[in-house]
Design a binder for this molecule. Structure first.
Ligand code: KG4
Length: 354
């Protein structure tokens, strides 16, 4: 069962070929450097670059997987959440290929893709089925540039959102802090490098939502404003100040995540924790969450490659494999009903599935 998967949710033009839970190819054309001067994703530019690059990533995904289009069994695409103008490029391409090849079409929630990215295996793996069957219920953290949420995974396909952000996503907050420090975009990885050299205790930034963990909300607007004022006060910035500011900001935003995870784990007794999304590439965050899991004898699962942490299409293929097995495909007669869903929730079906 081979799936050609596409994702154009934000600023990565991505295509992949997966077979069961194995990743045969995972091609990502990152637009990050093009959006750098705006310090975030510029939607119309994202759309234009997706249009320019989509054919290239699809054919590269097929050739890297040594797979002819005819040998594909189904086409999958991320239909939301994400930027509407960006999603529509991948969606249109996936519909076209599905009709042309007369292959089943599978619409995937982008957040579900992130959650299930930990189940992916490299193509050399001998494993045919995920070991996850014993790992449920699990809790997943999706921390990306577009969302931050803690999700209870009862089993593949059944989700409950336990906590979500009321303003910025964690990755977005890290990107904005990096921008304040003049570090470029995307800021998360650069901030991580700077933070390693700094002392997180130098500055007294607030821990977001301190003492309000039972509200189950992430929030980064307060600490962002505090950081902005601090950076103004600390001008001119020296290397040492940048290191310390980066360390302080990363430390406090991560403490917020840790506190919410601890709170949620008091209520939900789970076997496994899935750490996913672009920010899951961060070594310090991994270390902190590993400690929490070790204390509770919970297995920590992280995608096997950093290419599976940030936006990619292989995770869409993995999720589609399970959806295909459940028979949740879109027939060619219903294909017109499928649309982009920029605010799709992982715990809800898409409108055409009801
Ligand atoms: O999953 P993703 O590609 O989501 C969206 O594009 O929405 O994640 C991108 C986010 C960016 O905000 C980026 O700064 C962050 O993930 N990120 C990191 C790291 N690598 C990527 N944040 C912290 N540390 C990293 N190593």
């Amino acid at each position: 069962m081979k799936i050609l998967a596409i994702d154009t949710s934000t600023d990565e033009t991505a295509a992949a070929v997966t077979q069961g839970i194995k990743v045969l190819s995972n091609i990502i054309w990152s637009q990050a450097s093009l959006h750098a001067k705006w310090g975030g994703v510029y939607p119309s530019l994202a759309k234009r670059v997706h249009l320019e690059r989509i054919d290239w990533v699809v054919s590269k995904a097929l050739s890297s997987a040594k797979c002819e289009a005819d040998n594909i069994n189904a086409i999958a695409v991320g239909t939301g959440p994400g930027l509407a103008v960006a999603i529509e490029v991948g969606l249109a391409k996936a519909k076209k290929i599905s009709l042309l090849l007369n292959k089943p079409f599978i619409a995937i929630n982008h957040v579900e893709g992130h959650l299930l990215s930990v189940l992916a295996k490299p193509k050399t793996s001998r494993q045919q089925r995920p070991k996850d069957i014993v790992g449920f219920p699990a809790i997943g953290l999706v921390a990306s540039g577009g969302t931050t949420q803690l999700v209870l995974i009862m089993r593949v396909g059944t989700y409950e959102i336990l906590a979500h952000t009321i303003d910025d996503a964690l990755g977005e907050a890290l990107d904005k802090a990096a921008r304040m420090l003049g570090l470029g975009y995307p800021g998360g990885p650069i901030l991580e490098i700077m933070a390693k050299e700094g002392d997180p205790k130098t500055y007294n930034l607030p821990i977001p939502m301190l003492g309000k963990e039972n509200r189950s909300r992430f929030s980064y607007s307060g600490i962002k404003t505090a950081m902005y004022k601090l950076v103004q006060n600390e001008q001119p910035l020296t290397k040492e100040k940048i290191h310390n500011l980066a360390a302080s900001f990363q430390d406090k935003t991560f403490q917020h995540v840790e506190r919410l995870i601890r709170k949620v784990l008091e209520t939900y007794k789970v076997k496994e924790f899935f750490l996913t999304g672009g920010v899951s590439a961060n070594i310090e965050l991994r270390k902190r969450i590993r400690k929490i899991c070790n204390e509770r004898e919970i297995i920590l699962s992280i995608p096997y490659s950093k290419k599976l942490c940030t936006d990619n299409a292989a995770m869409i293929g993995i999720a589609a494999n399970f959806k295909f097995q459940r028979g949740e495909i879109v027939t060619s007669t219903n294909l017109d009903l499928v649309d982009r869903v920029p605010r799709a929730r992982v715990d809800k079906k898409f409108p055409w599935e009801k």
